[in-house]
Design a protein around this ligand. Structure first.
Ligand SMILES: [Ca+2]
Ligand SMILES: [Ca+2]
Length: 366
C-alpha cells in the first residue's frame, strides 16, 4: 500500500475500479507492477534548459551504419516519404468515448527530455518546476523521477527519428519513430470516465516498404497497442504524392491510415469502452519540413542516437497487470522492440475497422 499511496489521484481511482471489477473481467488479480512515485517538484528559477538534438548529415557514397544502403539515399528516402501526422480535435457531433477531445500531448525531443531528466527541471502546465536530478544509464530497467502530464513540444519542433534499411536490391523500409513524454488514456467503465492505462513515456511508429525506382510505397505498417495494421500502398492517403498520412489517436497516439474510431479491447462496450479516436480534425504536422534524425542501425547508431539507442529498459515507471494482460506499461524504445527492422505479421486494416470500429466522415472502406 505504500506504493499505492504515492500514486496520483486519477490513477488511484483507476486502480480501485480495476480491483473491484477484475472478477467481472475474469481476471484473477490486479497487480501494480511498476508504479513509480511522482517526483516532488517546486518552482524553478530560470528557464527550462534545452539540449538540442544532434543532426548528422548523411552523405552519398558512405555507409557508416553498415546496412548496405548508401547513407545519402537513406536520408533522401526518409524525407521523401516522411508522414503527415494529423491529430485529433473534439467533435461533439460525431464523438463518443472518452477520447473524443482535443489532443494535448505532443511529441518531444529525446535529447531535451534526457537533459530535463538529469537536471530534474520540467515544464508542467506552463510552469517551470524542479525536483531531484535523475540518472540516465543504459543498464536501468526503467526511467524514474519525472512527472506525469508532460505535454511535449509545440507541434513541428520535435524530431522524427528514422530507421531506413534495404530489402533486397531494389527495395527499402523506412521506419518513423516518435517519442511522446506522456500517454493519456481514458476509458468509460460502466459509463464512468476513468483513467485506464495512461503512462509516462510513449514511443510510437509507422513503417513503409518502398520500391526504389521509381520510388513508390508498396505497404504501410501502422502500429499501436502492441498490434500492427497492414495497409496496401493503394489504400494510403498521400500528401504531395509521396507522404503517407498518419491519423493519431487522441492521447494514446496509436496510428491509423484513415480517420476512424476503433475499440481496443474485445470487452462489451457497456462494460468497458476503451476506444481510439483519430478524427484528424486537429492540427497536422508535415514532418518532412522539420528535423528527421536517422538512428542508424542497432549496432552502429548515428551520433544523434548513440547515447540512448542501446537502452533496453522502459521509458517510464508505469504499468499494471490485470490477469494476463499488461495495461499501460511504459514502453521500451525503438531498437528494443520486435518490430525494429521486422514488420508484420499484422491484421489488414480494413478487417480491423469492420470488426471493431468505423470510419469518420461517412467514408467507405472501398
Ligand atoms: Ca547505410
Ligand atoms: Ca540504416
Amino acid at each position: 500500500m505504500r506504493i499505492f499511496s504515492t500514486l496520483p489521484r486519477r490513477r488511484k481511482l483507476g486502480c480501485l475500479l480495476l480491483c473491484l471489477l477484475s472478477p467481472l473481467l475474469g481476471a484473477a488479480s490486479v497487480h501494480l507492477l511498476q508504479a513509480g512515485a511522482e517526483p516532488v517538484l517546486a518552482p524553478h528559477a530560470g528557464p527550462l534548459p534545452v539540449m538540442p538534438d544532434t543532426l548528422e548529415a548523411l552523405r552519398a557514397g558512405e555507409d557508416l551504419d553498415g546496412d548496405g544502403l548508401d547513407d545519402g539515399l537513406e536520408g533522401a528516402l526518409a524525407r521523401h516519404h516522411a508522414p503527415c501526422y494529423r491529430f485529433n480535435a473534439a467533435d461533439p457531433a460525431a464523438g463518443s468515448g472518452a477520447q473524443s477531445r482535443d489532443e494535448e500531448f505532443f511529441p518531444g525531443s529525446v535529447a531535451a527530455f534526457l537533459t530535463s531528466l538529469e537536471l530534474g527541471v520540467w515544464q508542467v502546465d506552463g510552469e517551470t518546476l524542479s525536483g531531484a536530478p535523475g540518472v540516465f544509464a543504459l543498464d536501468q530497467p526503467r526511467l524514474l523521477g519525472y512527472p506525469s502530464g508532460l505535454s511535449g513540444q509545440p507541434l513541428g519542433t520535435a524530431p522524427v527519428y528514422t530507421h531506413v534499411y534495404p530489402v533486397g536490391l531494389d527495395r527499402a523500409v523506412c521506419e518513423y519513430w516518435i517519442f511522446y513524454p506522456y500517454d493519456r488514456a481514458d476509458a468509460r467503465l460502466l459509463g464512468v470516465s476513468v483513467p485506464w492505462g495512461d503512462h509516462r513515456g510513449d514511443w510510437e511508429h509507422t513503417a513503409f516498404r518502398v520500391r526504389l525506382e521509381p520510388p513508390e510505397i508498396e505497404h504501410g505498417y501502422y502500429y499501436g497497442h502492441a498490434r500492427c495494421l497492414l495497409v496496401p500502398g493503394q489504400d494510403l492517403e498521400l500528401v504531395d504524392g509521396s507522404h503517407p498520412v498518419v491519423y493519431v489517436s487522441q492521447g494514446k497516439h496509436a496510428s491509423y491510415p484513415r480517420a476512424c474510431q476503433l475499440a481496443t479491447t474485445g470487452l462489451p462496450g457497456f462494460l468497458l469502452a476503451h476506444d481510439d479516436v483519430a478524427n484528424g480534425r486537429g492540427p497536422s504536422w508535415q514532418s518532412w519540413q522539420g528535423p528527421l534524425i536517422d538512428l542508424g542501425e542497432r549496432d552502429a547508431p548515428r551520433a544523434g542516437a548513440a547515447r540512448w539507442l542501446a537502452f533496453a529498459g522502459r521509458w517510464g515507471p508505469d504499468g499494471f497487470q490485470l490477469g494476463g494482460l499488461d495495461i499501460g506499461l511504459s514502453p521500451t524504445g525503438p531498437a528494443a522492440k520486435r518490430s525494429w527492422g521486422n514488420h508484420g505479421p499484422g491484421q489488414p486494416w480494413r478487417e480491423a475497422v469492420e470488426a471493431r470500429g468505423r470510419l469518420f466522415d461517412g467514408a467507405a472502406l472501398d
